[in-house]
Structure formats: structure tokens, C-alpha cells
Design a protein around this ligand. Structure first.
Ligand code: IVH
Length: 674
């Protein structure tokens, strides 16, 4: 039955009401109804939408996490680059910043600044068209980011539809997505209770969540966002002061930090910094400093910008927190690829409210650089919630009796020899996958969130499975039976079944996750994605030689060598085949190759390029499905001529082929988002 006018109006009323309450709750932090009342409205709307699906719209509050998981993010080229900020660390830097501005403006008048907390999260761009949220993107390298619309839609402080009137037709709002401390704690507690890996700090957690391909998972985590500027704007007008623009954003339902203030001159800026510093711990979110921005947009434009940072703004950062303690011992841990990492065991010390008893030392070079010996008194530093590090040794406090830190000759886990290759920073256990520690680490990596994301397979469980001799590699996971599992400590039949189910689910994956999960040295998530996009399937990757690998973006000579070497090892191939034999699969089109009208064409590059390397140009063209050939023939579709071209260009001209220059190539690549 078609929806009557009355029903349409009721749906509309419910949506407006829910949006209003969402706004009161998430943006204004001032709810006026109880959670139960809110749930009631929500249920009513859902019921009506279920009955009249034709009334469901993108901007309905019920549609925040409605989309199917993605296989990869597509790229977004920012029409206006997303800038970064210059830093001030001490008062004098702020005074100097203000002086520079006045000199440039040739004015002695006091400059008005907008002062804002610097949120320790992840920069996000939101694009609204006709008031409707149409795209969310990460900053990426400032020029190109990733399309994270699905995840952004799950953030309840981000309106799907702007409120009020007067917003421009096209409005790109920028801000920081972050984890409120409470949501971060809850999420880590949940992870801990499930035996899963915890996030190191709220910023990493926010970044990880925004890059989650399944928006339903993003929706479970309660991210929030503060908006702090406008990027692109068309078809409308904005006030002339930054602080007033923020007010407009707030009027349109966007969340703006309530601690924004105006200040006149450097002295007031520094006062603001001190004021916020004092309140830092009581805020519900992490900040790593404050930002001062010239308030007048006209003046901002006059001041202009440097390559990556505007001249009209600066971040006044809080000092990293430090403490003094004693180095009691150094342990050596074995990583996934056998790398031996020294870890400092410290006398517990409180730094910024957190007790620290371990610090990473990275490698033996770091120990040498610090000149560290056991027994030393050291300064430890903690920035945000990242793993603390030792910054220096207080030599005056060195006791008479100390012990030198020596790299062990044998692996603490499997007793194989430890070797340090020439020119390599890391020392490694030579035990390979026969080393229990490496087995455990590689299986942990395989099941980690960005890899196959096997829920319920926590560190402790992996440890038990390897120690009990039930598994030696990732492929063995898929042979586990309920009978074997229930014999383990703390493993009820229900958890055993859940794990088996999670293993089953993990079989449907993407090529890039699979490649990442293999744990090839130097192949992180990004490189794995480039490899997947380039090859489209595993066969091509397995056969690739180093030369071919080096044509792929992100892959240099060292990485190419590691990848090639990995696929030469019989033991690795055996694991891969076994995994495929257990039914791990991915869809071919899930490789993220960009569909373009250029697919299938043959191009030739000649002459020297300036803005990008030839390898890069090749890789980006290949991403669009273009075949890049070495010589010109009748089959060539297009020739890209850089400087100092030779016979290839002559031949192309003889054949009457299409020839473009580097600028045209770049424009084209950018148009296609390659
Ligand atoms: S303004 C042109 N304002 O800090 C200015 N950035 O270090 C661009 N950030 O990438 C940024 N809070 O992710 C601005 N109130 C704030 C901020 C802020 C956090 C982040 C932002 C930026 C980074 C620069």
C-alpha cells in the first residue's frame, strides 16, 4: 500500500524530532529526553520505514550504518589541499609568529586570533551538497585522501542533513574525528575481555576505525567530531571572520568545539594556551596543544601559505611528558619476522598520570646512540598514549656498577642463532617459522584487525595453540576442531564454536588483506593494497620479478627484494596453498583497480619527467588498466613525451599517434583519481 500523506508527514516529523534530539545529545551535550524515549522514537521510525520502504532516504537517521562492507576505499583528490600546521613549542615561538604576521601585513596593530584546542584525532573532510552529506574523506597526503563516506555517516555528531538555512550550495567542512576518552576506554575494555588486541591510543583507534571497510563495525565504536574550518565553498556566502564561520557551522548543526575563543595579540594567545593546559586532563578527549588562527579571512588570504602550512596559523603544542627513572634490565623480544627488539624494563615511574615500567628501545643502534647501560638513570618520554621511549641518559647519575647491554647470540624463544645482516638495523632470529615466537607473532599478525580480522583469536589463545602444538602456521588455524579447542584453558564449547565460525567468516576476504596478512617484511597495509591493485590476483604477484615489482607505487628496491624473496620460499608457498585449499577467497573485482575508459589502451612513456618518476607514472597508469609498453608501434594508443625525447617521439609522430606532455598526463591521472 502506498504511503498516505499522513504517513509521509509522520515519517518526516519523526526524523526531524530524532535529528533534533541527536543534535542536542551529541552536538550540544544537552539532551532533553531520556534514552528510552529516544529509542522509542527511533523504533517508531524504523517500523514505518520497514512498512513503507519507498520512504527510506539517505538522510534518515536510521541509515547511518546501512551500507555493505567495501573491498577498498576509492581515492578522493582534494580540490583545495588539506594543510598541516607549523608548530610552536615555547612562548617565544608564539611571539615570533605574531611578529612575523605583523611584519608581513606591515601593521603595528594588534592582530585578532581565533584560539582553539588542537584535537588529537584524525583530520576529516565532509562535503555537503544542498545541505546533504555526500562525501567524507581522510586527509591522506593533503592532496589525495580516501573516500570514507560510509564510516563518516556512522558518526552521530555529523549531521547527514544540515539544519537551518543559508548554507552554501556546496560546502566542504573540515575537522577532527576523535575518540572521546570514555568511548576509547570502553572499546579497549571490550577488546581486552575478548582477548583481542587493544589500541595503543585514541588517535590510532580513530584512524583505524575510519579506515574500517565494514561501516557496521565503525558504527559500534563511538567516534565524534569537531569541525574547525571550511574548505571548498560554492553558491553561497560565509562571514568574514573565522570565528563567525565557526558559529555559522554550529548553526547548521555541525559540532564546533565550545572552547574556541578570540584573543588579541600574542600575550592573550599565550594566556589561552595556559588556560587550556590547566584544563587538559578534565576534557573528555585528548588534545595535544592549541591552535591560533588569524581571525580575519581577508588577512588570512593576504598572508597566504607555504607549501604545506598556512602562514596565518600555528599550533602551540604541549610539551611531551617526561619522567626520570632507572633502567633495571633489558629484555629481547622476537617479532613476526624474527627481528629482535630490545625492551627496557624500568623502575615504575608516573609520567602524566600514567605509570610506565617498559619502554621500547627499537634496536641495538638506538642503545648505542643513547650510550645506555643497565643501571643508568634515564629520562623517559610519553607523547599522548604512544609507547614510551627513553630520550636520554643522565650520565652524572651513572652508578659505579653497571652492566653493558649485549645482543644475545641465541634466540630467547627457540635458541637459534641471532644474526645481524650487513647494513641491516635489526638483528634477527634465524629460526624462521620453526621459532615459536615467530610462529606466534605471524599468526597474530595474520588474524589481526587489518589482516583477516579473526574475532576471538586473541594473543593468549594463539600462545596456547602454538604451545600445545596444535598449530604452527596460519593455515593450520583452519584445521582446528571443536574437540581440540574445548580442551584448552578457558575455552567453553560456545567460545570454541564462535571461533570456528569466525574462522569460517574470515575465509571471505580481499586480496589486499590477504597479502597484508602474509606478513611479508616491509609490506604494510598500503603496500599490500598497491600490490593487490596492481596484480588483481595472486598468480601475477607470485610470479613477479623484482624489476616488475619496482614499477609499483610504494615499492622500492628493498621492498621488491623482500617480496620476491618471500615468494621464493617453499615454506611460504606451502602455507599459501594450504590457505587457498581451505577455501580462502576474494572477489576478483575487489582489487580496487579504478575503472576508466582508458582500460586496455597501450601507452608509452618517453623522455624525462619532473613531477613524478617514470615508475610512478607507470604504476598510476596501470591502475587505470592501461598497459605501459617500452616501445612505440601501431598498437600504441598514446605517447607521453617528457623532456629530451628521442626516437620514440619521432616514431610516434611518423605514425600520427596521440602525444601528450607531462602536465596533461598529470591532469588526466588526477581526473581519474589514480
Ligand atoms: S586547522 C590550515 N584546527 O592538526 C589549518 N587543525 O597539525 C589546518 N587539528 O591536520 C588545520 N585540531 O588534523 C586545525 N582546531 C584545529 C585542529 C587541527 C586538530 C589537526 C588537524 C591538522 C593537524 C595539523
Amino acid at each position: 500500500m502506498a504511503a498516505s500523506k499522513k504517513i509521509i508527514a509522520e515519517v518526516e516529523r519523526l526524523r526531524n524530532e530524532i535529528n533534533q534530539h541527536n543534535y542536542r545529545y551529541h552536538t550540544q551535550d544537552d539532551p532533553v529526553i531520556s534514552d528510552a524515549e529516544f529509542d522509542h522514537l527511533f523504533r517508531d521510525l524504523k517500523a514505518l520505514e520497514a512498512q513503507y520502504p519507498e520512504l527510506i532516504s539517505d538522510v534518515s537517521p536510521t541509515q547511518r550504518a546501512g551500507a555493505a562492507p567495501l573491498s577498498a576505499f576509492s581515492q578522493v583528490v582534494h580540490e583545495m589541499p588539506m594543510l598541516s600546521l607549523d608548530n610552536a613549542f615555547v612562548e617565544a615561538d608564539v611571539i615570533e609568529f605574531d611578529r612575523r604576521i605583523r611584519t608581513r601585513l606591515e601593521s603595528d596593530e594588534e592582530v585578532a586570533y581565533a584560539c582553539e584546542p588542537k584535537i588529537d584525532g584524525v583530520a576529516v573532510s565532509l562535503l555537503y551538497e544542498e545541505g546533504k552529506l555526500v562525501r567524507g574523506a581522510t586527509r591522506g597526503d593533503g592532496t589525495t585522501g580516501e573516500d570514507i563516506t560510509q564510516n563518516v555517516r556512522t558518526i552521530e555528531s555529523i549531521p547527514l542533513q544540515l539544519m537551518g538555512k543559508g548554507y552554501p550550495d556546496k560546502l566542504e567542512v573540515r575537522g577532527e574525528a576523535y575518540f572521546p576518552r570514555s568511548a576509547f576506554r570502553e572499546m579497549n575494555q571490550r577488546a581486552q575481555s575478548r582477548g583481542e588486541k587493544e589500541f595503543a591510543n585514541p588517535r590510532n583507534a580513530a584512524a583505524g576505525t575510519l579506515r574500517q571497510l565494514d561501516s557496521r563495525l565503525a558504527a559500534e565504536r563511538k567516534l565524534a567530531m569537531f569541525c574547525y574550518s571550511v574548505g571548498l565553498m560554492e553558491g553561497g556566502e560565509l562571514p568574514e571572520k573565522h570565528s563567525e564561520i565557526l558559529q555559522s557551522l554550529a548553526e547548521w548543526g555541525l559540532r564546533v568545539n565550545p572552547l574556541v575563543e578570540r584573543a588579541h595579540g600574542a600575550v592573550q594567545c599565550v594566556e589561552y594556551y595556559k588556560g587550556i593546559s590547566g584544563r587538559r586532563e578534565s576534557l573528555g578527549y585528548e588534545i595535544d596543544g592549541v591552535v591560533f588562527k588569524v581571525d580575519d579571512i581577508g588577512l588570512q588570504q593576504k598572508l597566504g601559505m607555504l607549501t604545506r602550512t598556512p602562514r596565518w596559523a600555528i599550533a602551540h603544542k604541549f610539551p611531551a611528558e617526561e619522567g626520570i627513572t632507572r633502567l633495571n634490565d633489558v629484555d629481547f623480544q622476537v617479532g613476526r619476522t624474527g627481528a629482535i627488539t630490545p625492551v627496557a624494563r624500568l623502575a615504575p615511574v608516573k609520567v602524566g598520570g600514567v605509570t610506565i615500567s617498559n619502554a621500547t628501545l627499537h634496536n641495538m643502534d638506538e642503545i648505542a646512540r643513547l650510550g645506555l647501560v643497565i643501571g643508568d638513570t634515564v629520562i623517559v618520554q610519553r607523547a599522548g598514549d604512544v609507547i614510551p621511549k627513553i630520550v636520554s641518559v643522565i650520565l652524572e647519575k651513572r652508578p659505579a656498577k653497571t652492566t653493558a647491554i649485549a645482543l644475545p647470540q641465541h634466540c630467547p624463544a627457540c635458541s637459534s642463532d641471532i644474526l645481524r645482516g650487513e647494513g641491516e638495523v635489526a638483528a634477527r632470529c634465524t629460526g624462521g617459522l620453526s621459532c615459536g615466537a615467530q610462529q606466534k607473532e605471524s599468526i597474530r599478525h595474520f588474524s589481526s584487525r587489518l589482516a583477516l580480522d579473526i574475532e576471538g583469536l586473541g594473543d593468549k589463545l594463539v600462545e596456547q595453540l602454538v604451545d600445545e602444538g596444535l598449530i604452527e602456521n596460519a593455515a593450520d588455524l583452519y584445521q582446528l576442531t571443536e574437540k581440540q579447542l574445548v580442551k584448552l584453558e578457558r575455552m567453553a564449547p560456545k567460545s570454541a564454536n564462535n571461533l570456528l565460525e569466525a574462522l569460517e567468516t574470515s575465509k571471505e576476504t580481499t586480496l589486499s588483506r590477504f597479502i597484508y596478512a602474509l606478513g611479508i617484511q616491509e609490506v604494510g597495509e598500503t603496500t599490500a593494497r598497491s600490490l593487490a591493485m596492481h596484480f588483481g590476483d595472486l598468480a601475477g604477484l607470485l610470479e613477479a620479478d623484482e624489476e616488475l615489482l619496482q614499477t609499483i607505487s610504494d615499492v622500492g628496491a628493498i621492498v621488491a627484494n623482500k617480496i620476491h624473496h618471500f615468494f621464493q620460499q617453499k615454506s611460504n608457498l606451502a602455507v599459501i596453498h594450504s590457505l587457498l585449499g581451505h577455501g580462502l577467497h576474494w572477489k576478483k573485482e575487489e582489487t580496487g583497480v579504478i575503472t576508466s575508459s582508458l582500460a586496455g589502451e597501450t601507452w608509452v612513456l618517453t623522455g624525462s619527467l619532473h613531477s613524478l618518476t617514470r615508475n610512478e607514472a607507470k604504476a598510476r597508469l596501470q591502475k587505470l588498466g592501461v598497459k605501459v609498453a617500452g616501445s612505440v608501434s601501431r598498437k600504441t594508443t598514446c605517447v607521453v613525451a617528457g623532456d629530451a625525447t628521442g626516437s620514440k617521439l619521432t616514431k610516434a609522430q611518423e605514425l600520427g599517434l596521440k602525444v601528450i606532455d607531462e602536465d596533461e598526463l598529470i591532469t588526466l591521472l588526477e581526473e581519474y583519481g589514480a
